[in-house]
Ligand binder design. Structure first.
Ligand SMILES: Nc1ncnc2c1ncn2[C@@H]1O[C@H](COP(=O)(O)OP(=O)(O)OP(=O)(O)O)[C@@H](O)[C@H]1O
Ligand SMILES: [Mg+2]
Length: 253
């Protein structure tokens, strides 16, 4: 059977919200509307507006209600400021057009060397048909951008390096274990509605209190980013699992 893929972020989020253990890790997410945008900006001051089925960070917009007065949004590297909500919302609506968009509470990502980063957790079915978190890697965003996608110029980096100064080296293993467990819980919950899933790439934001937030779950994750880790055994395992469930053909020897 072919490996199942699910594109809609909205559908995946709603399934995750049915799990009591996961809800606290999901930033509030709504469908795009001007009134919802206004209400969420009043509440959270910063939100992400993004396509329901986007990839590579394309079309993702960071919107802010400024502490003084006015509003701003940034898409790509260009930041625009507005004196009123109405003028900002008009301009946003022109970018979004009639496409299906979501509004999500913005998480203030941790920074390393003044650049934001998030974490990608790879979760795969193993040979015993159990979900297993097989790799964790950080993605350090391009300094001028508001997304941390590899395809938008982010630099892959080990989580140990990114969390230096935020966690002690003796705290690292249990924090990693926590992320892995979160990944496996997400996979089990999605599996209950999409039985043909074999692999997931979860985008996790970490906030200032080190709480992990689930930004997005990809059903067609890029395994090759894990080649950037010094520890080559991580990619080897990921690749082996991919071959097992049929994403890649086994090399002839
Ligand atoms: N709620 C949020 N708070 C803070 N940053 C966010 C939020 N949502 C998205 N981002 C940033 O934007 C990036 C891209 O967002 P997201 O992963 O949701 O879409 P995508 O990457 O375009 O989709 P795909 O991963 O399927 O290619 C994230 O990796 C993160 O850096
Ligand atoms: Mg993503």
């Amino acid at each position: 059977m072919a490996i199942q893929r699910v594109r809609s972020k909205w559908s995946k989020t709603n399934i995750l919200l049915k799990s009591a253990d996961l809800t606290e890790h999901i930033p509030e997410t709504k469908r795009w509307s001007r009134s919802t945008l206004q209400a969420m900006l009043d509440q959270y001051k910063m939100v992400y507006v993004k396509p329901d089925s986007g990839t590579f960070g394309t079309g993702v917009i960071r919107v802010e209600k400024r502490t003084g007065e006015g509003y701003s949004f940034q898409m790509g590297t260009k930041k625009r400021t507005f004196s009123s909500f109405e003028s900002m919302a008009d301009r946003l609506q022109r970018s979004i057009r009639t496409r299906s968009y979501l509004i999500q509470r913005g998480i203030n990502l941790l920074k390393h060397a003044s650049r934001r980063f998030d974490i990608r957790v790879m979760v795969q079915k193993n040979s015993r048909d159990q979900w297993e978190s097989t790799g964790i890697i950080g993605r350090l965003g391009h300094p001028a951008k508001i997304v941390t996608n590899y395809h938008s110029g982010a630099t892959p980096m080990s989580i140990e390096r990114l969390m230096t100064g935020k966690l002690t080296s003796s705290q690292m293993p249990s924090y990693n274990a926590r992320l892995k467990k979160l990944g496996e819980s997400i996979a089990k919950q999605l599996q209950s509605h999409y039985p043909g899933l074999k692999e997931l790439g979860i985008d996790v934001a970490i906030d200032g209190s080190l709480k992990p937030w689930i930004l997005e779950v990809n059903t067609l994750p890029d395994p090759f980013i894990f080649r950037k880790l010094k520890d080559k055994s991580v990619f080897r395992k990921i690749h082996r699992y991919c071959v097992q469930y049929g994403r890649f053909k086994k090399k002839h020897s």
